[in-house]
Write a protein that binds this ligand. Sequence first.
Ligand SMILES: [Fe+2]
Ligand SMILES: [Fe+2]
Length: 296
Amino acid sequence: MTTTQTVYHDRVAKLVKLSRDRHVFSFTRFDWSESIPESDWWMSPELLTIYNTPYYEQASEAQRKLLSKWECINLFSLNVTGEQELIAGVAQLLHTPMLKEANEYLHHFIDEENQHMWYFAQFCEKYGGKIYGNKKIQLSDMKLDAKLSILVRFAQIFIFEEVGHYYNLKVALDERVHPFIREINEAHRNDESRHITFGRALLARLADGIDQEYPPETLQTISVHLNRYIQLTIESLYNPAMYRDAGFTSGIAIRTALLADPRRQHFHSNELLKKILGLLRDTHLLKKEMSLEPSA
Ligand SMILES: [Fe+2]
Ligand SMILES: [Fe+2]
């Protein structure tokens, strides 16, 4: 085994052990609050999509709190739909020879995501009365070999998980937020930190040498695809329905204005996506600087 292989092998073995040592049964672990008041913070005000824009300045504290409820429901709904897709995608890759060393860990991955999907859906239904039906991110199929297909799939998973993790970490630590919401964020954060460690290790391992192995056009196609995936992920955070549910007049107009706002774009590129862009560039999966052009 080469050094890279040994490091990867040891890391995956360690993650399997951690998943077993820290295994929880989410279906009974939470003491579900009867209700969560709309006068509470459901997420940190600085994490709201209107933060640092005139919409935030003009909103009253009560409106900001109400929006924090629907933004929380949106983030949790995104987790439900994203985890459903993730489980389906990872299940297809079980027993793939290229992922042989990771196979055991992938079972834990699916097990943990299934539990997350359950509690996020439960939360949305119980406290929001619905799960937002987010558009599935549909991207055109690329003709890629097995290795690049696996790389793209795990790069998408990595993007999805890192974005969610950013919010989980901050909300879990924010004493202004309702304790039960903090607890859910903390529970998710615990499992996700292992998934992200795994994603990083897998991407580094599989992407090692792809710049030599594949022609620049192929890598360019992947880069364009992942760039688009990142844009759609960002846009999904600005769900027009949550602005409407929080009493703002035009959800679509607010979404369009916010996505075009340089202060929001700065936050995306320099804060929310910072680690993601760094890793994807280091592994040759993302080439160009990303420009956030709203698609809708
Ligand atoms: Fe999850
Ligand atoms: Fe995860």
